[in-house]
Design a protein around this ligand. Structure first.
Ligand code: FEO
Length: 174
């Protein structure tokens, strides 16, 4: 540890992040990688249901999650930290139909919102205003993430058993 709470690496590089902050940010990076893995698993599930538009929507969502993960990676590196990656949990592979899968996606996004809020708490506790500022992007992004999953849940409920038109609509997401 050095003055200001940063960490000095073996190479003598001084990080702006405390050890606790770096660990928490890396944990969230891994959580975003898990999200990508989860949505790719859901994409495979939708392929098995013969709903290629839903599957495509999930593939696009997987890319968004990779962007979220890489933003954490870049931030840690730019702050002079070191990204120490760990294992990513295996995602579920089965859900209760299209509605079950999207309800699970919405529940997952709510959980991620909680994780981001927890990160903000860590940043405050560590007196790290730069990281708190960085996390504002994720707070806004989580509002959109929850909204987009919620929107599809509502549309599935409205469509009932005939998901053909909605499948074609979801295929448009790029
Ligand atoms: Fe990375 Fe879907 O939140």
């Amino acid at each position: 540890m050095v003055e200001g709470g940063g960490v000095t690496s073996e190479e003598g590089v001084v990080s702006m992040l405390t050890g606790k902050m770096q660990e928490a940010l890396t944990g969230q990076l891994i959580a975003e990688m898990y999200s990508a893995y989860l949505y790719l698993s859901m994409s495979s599930y939708f392929e098995s249901l013969n709903l290629p538009g839903f599957a495509s929507w999930m593939r696009v969502q997987r890319l968004e999650e990779l962007v979220h993960a890489l933003k954490f990676f870049d931030y840690i590196v730019e702050a002079g930290g070191r990204v120490l990656l760990g294992p990513i949990d295996g995602p579920p592979t089965e859900w209760d139909g299209a509605l079950g899968a999207f309800e699970a996606a919405l529940a997952h996004e709510k959980k991620v919102t909680g994780l981001i809020n927890d990160l903000v708490e860590v940043a405050r506790a560590e007196g790290d205003s730069a990281t708190e500022e960085f996390l504002k992007w994720y707070i806004d992004e989580q509002v959109e993430e929850e909204e987009s999953a919620e929107e599809v849940v509502s549309k599935i409920k409205a469509a009932g058993d005939d998901l053909g038109a909605l499948d074609a609509e979801l295929a448009q997401r790029s």
